[in-house]
Design a protein around this ligand. Sequence first.
Ligand code: SF4
Length: 353
Amino acid sequence: MRPDAEFGYELMVCRYAELAWHPGEGSRPAIVSRQLGTRERRWDTVVIEVDPAGFAARRALDDRTIGSDLLHVVRHAPAAWAWYRDALPDPGYPWRYVREAVHRAAGRGLVETRRRGNRIEIRRVRPYPDWIRRIVAVENKPDLDRSAADALADQLSHDVDAALADEVWLATETTGERVEPALLRSMPVEAGVLTTDFSGGVDAGAARVAWHPSDLDAARRDGASDPETVTRRLEIAERAYGKGWRSFHDTMRPDCRSFELRRTGRALVPYCAAKETIPTARECSGSCPSFAPEPPGWRTAGWPIEGGPGKGIQRLLRRRRERVHDEVTGRDGGRTTARSGLGSENGVRNGRD
Ligand code: SF4
């Protein structure tokens, strides 16, 4: 299946990264997400290289994103009971917001609380682990022409300078031909270039490195450990963990009778049978004029998955995420490696079985 839009291409790059990371330096356990970054800059694909033991400890805490306000509490919660204002660093904003975050963290089981007189004391359940090794940003541009190359060169230069990521890449589709070398030469030298060919479907061999990236560690040595940068990187990694890249089912309309998941190689991507294309997340929404709800009969008799195909698709995509996380942490008892077993996406035909 050819990626019809940048959205479809982005999903395929995400799946490729899940199967084949690191493209230049051999297998590294990693999780993949999309459309993350900061207020100023949003990356298409984000790869978080993880320490497997640390990642297992992170999963033991919770399976959702720990947002910035809760992170402040969870990271600094003490091993022994203490008044939260004594235990936590000054947040730089009113303490009453911290108190609310303490209660929410306790509600999720991330810390314990008790009341002593008027004071709320906290204690950690377990330490917040050191689970992130590197953060890699990938910018996707299937059709790289001169104007796209110029715009991307600026963006990637900004990424290199901002130094939030340890490595940045451009991914572009070649369909077997060489990408115009002059376009690639205009990219910052620190950015890697990945040329993909998904015409035969997505698998671990569907891309090659046209230019190796430089590790930005050295360039940002001074800024990397400042508390603000550490916190922003953690926030990005946390969002990647909670969101993954299959969360498109949360905003698209798998409950539409035309919505399907189609297999292309080892990837499952959304497909609209009515429009005969990979729909963008924007068009496959509540305002789509072609939306038609699943017939009620699909949700009851004759459909083996409770709730109908739409619910089944959502469950399936969530299970895929869990399975990849299991494999990254090695919970399958070593039957697969972090690379080789990353979830063959077989077993779904048009999302209906
Ligand atoms: S018809 Fe519209 S809502 Fe239904 S699958 Fe296609 S794009 Fe999505």
